[in-house]
Design a binder for this molecule. Structure first.
Ligand SMILES: [Zn+2]
Length: 337
């Protein structure tokens, strides 16, 4: 009577029996068959436990139309009202600049006079400022030019031998000790009778005269040219010192020369004073007898010569020989603590 379902169940029992205690040997094992369990009834909610909320009532069409009309009319009205307020405020002058204060005729005259005066002052300030900047540029540039010139190391070559020989008469045949005493330690004497020696035009005594001449050329800041005819030895030293004084002028007043040139002062207009300054410096500072230059092309004709004479002379011609002081360009006097 056993079916397939029965055989399957028996198999399950056999599998479960692995966990059951084995019956004692010799005992009888019996399988009890139970009736099948009936299936559970399907779950059902309890009636009336959940009630969905009621849906909102549907508005009638005439109410929605009223809302649309209200918005369509109300917003433009509000905008028009706001614009009207702005227009009224504008007409009342709320946004206009404040009216100028009412001045009397006398006050207006005073103000106009002050404006005219201030306008003139501004023009003066502009002129003074421009002049100061120009003068400062000139000062700076000329200082640079002079420094560059003095740093030059060009050395000329001898072209025409000195008729008087290669050494000066006296105790200082190359002027070394004298040059060192005035700070011209890098300066040497070139005995040269050629064109580079601008001061010598000797003839060797052919015309019955003997000459001594020297030259200083700024293109060679460390060279003195000297030449003389045989028989003119007694003239040599004073000429040499005169040329050494040109070196000194160049060292100390070269910038002043540039400033004079900027001021439109022609070099030829003060050459005579420049030469006299060199001879007088030799006389006043180094004790060369005044008479030594009387018959020369560069006599000392500056009575009461002093250091700085040539600078003052060029300043008198219009050269601006001092570094510009901003205070000198002030239009109005300033009060400083
Ligand atoms: Zn000279």
């Amino acid at each position: 009577m056993c079916s397939r379902a029965c055989a399957t169940r028996a198999s399950n029992r056999e599998s479960t029996s692995d966990h059951l205690p084995s019956p004692p040997a010799g005992s009888v094992f019996r399988v009890t068959e139970y009736p099948p369990t009936p299936p559970a009834a399907p779950f059902q909610f309890e009636p009336q436990l959940y009630t969905p909320p009621p849906l909102p009532p549907v508005q009638p069409r005439h109410r929605r139309l009223a809302l649309v009309l209200s918005l369509a009319i109300g917003i433009p009205v509000l905008l028009l009202a706001g614009g009207a307020v702005v227009v009224v405020l504008a007409l009342m002058g709320t946004f206009a600049p404040p009216a100028p204060p009412q001045l009397s005729a006398l006050d207006e005259q005073r103000i106009q006079a002050e404006v005219v005066e201030r306008s003139d002052l501004l023009a003066q300030l502009d002129t003074a400022r421009s002049q100061y900047r120009t003068d400062l540029d000139n000062w700076t540039n000329t200082a640079t030019w002079a420094a560059d010139d003095l740093a030059g190391t060009a050395t000329p070559s001898a072209s025409v031998a000195n008729p008087g020989g290669d050494a000066m008469p006296g105790d200082d045949p190359h002027g070394r000790a004298f040059l060192d005493s005035i700070g011209a330690t890098d300066v040497t004497v070139l005995f040269e009778a050629g064109s580079e020696n601008c001061g010598y035009a000797g003839t060797g005594g052919e015309d019955g005269y003997v000459y001594a001449g020297g030259c200083f050329n700024g293109a060679y800041p460390n060279t003195l040219f000297m030449a003389w005819d045989p028989g003119a030895e007694d003239l040599v030293w004073s000429i040499f010192v005169h040329e050494a004084m040109h070196w000194y002028q160049n060292e100390n007043y070269l910038q002043v020369e540039y400033l004079a040139d900027i001021a439109g002062i022609d070099r030829g207009s003060y050459t005579e004073r420049w030469e006299a300054d060199a001879s007088c410096r030799a006389v006043y500072v180094h004790g060369i007898p005044l008479e030594e230059y009387v018959g020369s092309s560069s006599p000392c004709t500056i009575d009461g010569w002093y250091e700085g004479f040539i600078e003052d002379y060029l300043a008198g011609l219009g050269a601006k020989v001092a570094e510009p002081d901003p205070a000198a360009y002030e239009v109005a006097e300033a009060s400083r603590p």
